[in-house]
Design a protein around this ligand. Structure first.
Ligand SMILES: C[S@@+](CC[C@H](N)C(=O)[O-])C[C@H]1O[C@@H](n2cnc3c(N)ncnc32)[C@H](O)[C@@H]1O
Length: 466
């Protein structure tokens, strides 16, 4: 076996041989969570070039799918991160700098291997898999990508982060159908700049001005540009934090900010509600159709669940019950001013000697306190007083009835939990709060497949679920 080369990296990463996986990337010192540990420039290949040559070579085990139907080979350490079903590093494609950023999401100990999550369709046997991987009939060897036919090769490329994961291959199951924002308080809003246009004929000039400025980048594509109401015309300028200088030759008022819906309307009820704030585009989904889960989104969810599991372990170390909750930044968040960035909390019933200090209660409380200290301009604005509007919460254990009610009252978007609490749970265990008649908000519930993550060390003693 050749000797691994020395590697110069400011976070002290090194290349070592990893049992059964070939070379891998290892830490030589403690690294905190959320730390960018590597930025790898990429070498891009066009689809035709890759099809004709690249995929018939060893490159096919290393390439990432890149937007614009291209493929990318990560230089630097980027190609050497091995796969883990419980990754400790996330990666993000940055098309503007043609690079991939790798970031830790837990504390890394010296000597620990740094791994990313390749996806579910691996072309080799994962030496650390908790559940044995399916191997093709008649084969005892790792599944070589080059052994598949051309069509499958494209299909199984594990590093296509935008490929949709079929519902039956998701590592979690849905317990409730998704429900749309059908009450005014649940509608998630963003702040935008608008201007009154006293003379309607100036709307055309404003539209051409907007086109020239490049401000119309599609971010507000779910909204109409003009609102006409009670003889007044208003023009939507931008979602950017500062308003750009407006054309001087038009008679316009002073620009000001308002809050408008942050997504299109999926139902007629939601259309009417959203359009009462600002004319919104109607983009219904087929009945029963859920938001698609791309590999990138599943990986986002996995990282969030791993974060919660990590916090539950910390709770146990400090003598508490190993239960934790984590709210990541929403997967599709584009608002640069989005708050909170993320929030985590664990159960502290033992350490505080307080029976109500459940992880969810602690989290909602800390968000409430943070919310109080924010600018007063938001208070009283639609939806702004609900702490979890549009957010997903990841929990190691199904929330109890009291916590499920707190989540409902906070207008959470979805709840994802790992271990069910059959006797005390409020999200399918003893009852299902959001399904009860008369509740004024509904949210989606997902249960993570225990066999997928299997954090057995945080299973609770049975007397806690009584
Ligand atoms: C992108 S490369 C990673 C670097 C590679 N280990 C090397 O030495 O060049 C992907 C290859 O690493 C190996 N690999 C990565 N993760 C693995 C795992 N969990 N179990 C077994 N092999 C793994 C597989 O051979 C796979 O084709």
């Amino acid at each position: 076996m050749p000797t691994a080369p020395a590697h110069l990296n400011s976070t002290g990463l090194c290349i070592k041989y990893s049992e059964g996986k070939g070379r891998g990337v290892f830490a030589t010192q403690t690294i905190p969570p959320q730390k960018i540990i590597e930025i790898s420039p990429v070498l891009l290949f066009g689809a035709d070039e890759y099809d004709a040559h690249g995929k018939h070579t060893a490159l096919d085990h290393y390439t990432f799918k890149w937007p614009g139907a291209r493929l990318a080979l990560a230089l630097g350490l980027g190609s050497l991160f091995n796969h883990s079903e419980n990754p400790n590093v996330s990666f993000e494609l940055d098309t503007s700098t043609e690079s991939i950023r790798y970031k830790t999401f837990t504390t890394i100990a010296p000597g620990e291997e740094l791994c990313i999550f390749y996806g579910h369709n691996l072309w080799f046997l994962d030496v650390n898999a908790s559940v044995p991987m399916p191997v093709p009939e008649g084969s005892t060897e790792p599944l070589p990508l080059l052994g598949l036919d051309d069509e499958q090769q494209v299909e199984v490329n594990p590093l296509d982060p935008d490929e949709e994961v079929p519902e039956d291959a998701l590592p979690f199951v849905k317990l409730k159908p998704p429900l749309e924002e059908e009450d005014i308080e649940s509608i998630r809003t963003i702040e935008v700049w608008v201007i009154d246009v006293p003379e309607v004929k100036h709307v055309g000039a404003l539209l051409s001005w907007l086109k020239k400025t490049g401000l119309d980048d599609g971010t507000l594509g779910h909204l109409k540009r003009v609102q006409k109401s009670e003889g007044q015309t208003r023009f939507l300028i931008t979602h950017l934090p500062t308003c750009p200088p407006l054309p001087v030759n038009l008679s316009l008022g002073k620009p000001y900010t308002i809050r408008v819906p942050s997504s299109p309307a999926l139902t007629q009820t939601s259309l009417a509600l959203k359009s009462s704030l600002w004319p919104t585009v109607y983009a219904p989904k087929r009945k029963g159709e859920t938001e698609p889960w791309s590999r990138r989104k599943v990986s986002w969810a996995r990282q969030a669940m791993m974060h919660a599991i990590g916090d539950a372990r910390k709770a146990r170390v400090s003598g508490d019950i190993p239960i934790a909750a984590y709210i990541p930044v929403p997967f599709d968040e584009t608002d640069p001013l989005f708050r909170p960035v993320s929030a985590a909390s664990r159960d502290t019933r033992h350490s505080t000697k307080h029976p109500l200090r459940h992880a969810v209660q602690n989290l909602v409380r800390s968000l409430g306190e943070a919310h109080d200290s924010q600018s007063s301009t938001e208070s009283g604005v639609n939806g702004a007083n609900y702490l979890l509007t549009g957010l997903s919460i990841f929990l190691t254990h199904e929330p109890c009835v009291m916590c499920s009610m707190a989540l409902l009252h906070s207008r959470v978007k979805e709840v994802v939990y790992l271990y069910a609490m059959d006797k005390t749970g409020g999200c399918g265990g003893s009852t299902c709060l959001p399904a009860l008649p008369g509740v004024n908000h509904r949210f989606t519930i997902w249960r993570w497949k225990v066999e997928d993550i299997g954090a057995r060390d945080i299973i609770l003693e049975s007397d806690l679920d009584v």
